[in-house]
Design a protein around this ligand. Sequence first.
Ligand code: 5RP
Length: 262
Amino acid sequence: MTFELSPIDKAKFVAAKRATRYVESGMKVGLGTGSTAAWLVRCLGEMVRDDGLRIKGVPTSSRTAQLAREVGIEVISLDEAKWLDLTIDGADEYDSDLNLIKGGGGALLQEKIVATASDQMVVIADISKQVDTLGAFPLPIEVIPFGWQTTKALVEETLIGMDVLGRTTSLRMIGDHPFVTDEGNHIVDLHLNRIGNPRQLSLVLNQIPGVVENGLFLDICDAVVIGFGDGRVEVRDINKGAVEEERYDFLEEGNLFTDISD
Ligand code: 5RP
């Protein structure tokens, strides 16, 4: 079965494909969560199957763990791995310093723990995730269920003193029920519109009892691989200070996966 991918899926696919070049046999690799990371996991699975790539993957969610196993990647826990060579993950926003908002898929806690335990973090994204200033995407925070309404009220009170443009918050729902993370917690989304001082905000949020972690990833990402719908890919590496560009002619028949669901 073949079908045409949407421009956004082409962009995600080429970003993921280009990012596989960071992966070498023998590596322990953190596997991100979300639709872009799912492309990466499929690409790596293909390399394991067809090219003899040997890696151990540490998934950042139960969804990613399931997909990784399905495509033949050896899955280990973070405690088994202890430290990782590389993590590749998606993002909801990245700025010019490669600071990120993550957690749109509700996996920010495991994602942050895994990325922080890695020598290198590479983000894969389509160009729509690029922003001048973080905050248009609602900032997710993971909160424990006990007293979550009180925690949410405390967060709202704290936001009054912060350099942000919006201050409304919402409990993330799935249908009629609060979303529950892999760690059994809830997500509160902060509609801030613009975050003037992400560093200060991150520190202050994490001091509130009941907040487990927030979705600001600051000074964690080393490189971002940006995909475009026409097959172009741009790589920005914060350490090398370099920008590389190339183009994938990736639409030959048989070169795509048939399963594109997250
Ligand atoms: C999940 C995440 C995702 O990486 C982020 O939401 C991007 O997802 P997608 O690649 O589907 O746009 O942080 O918690």
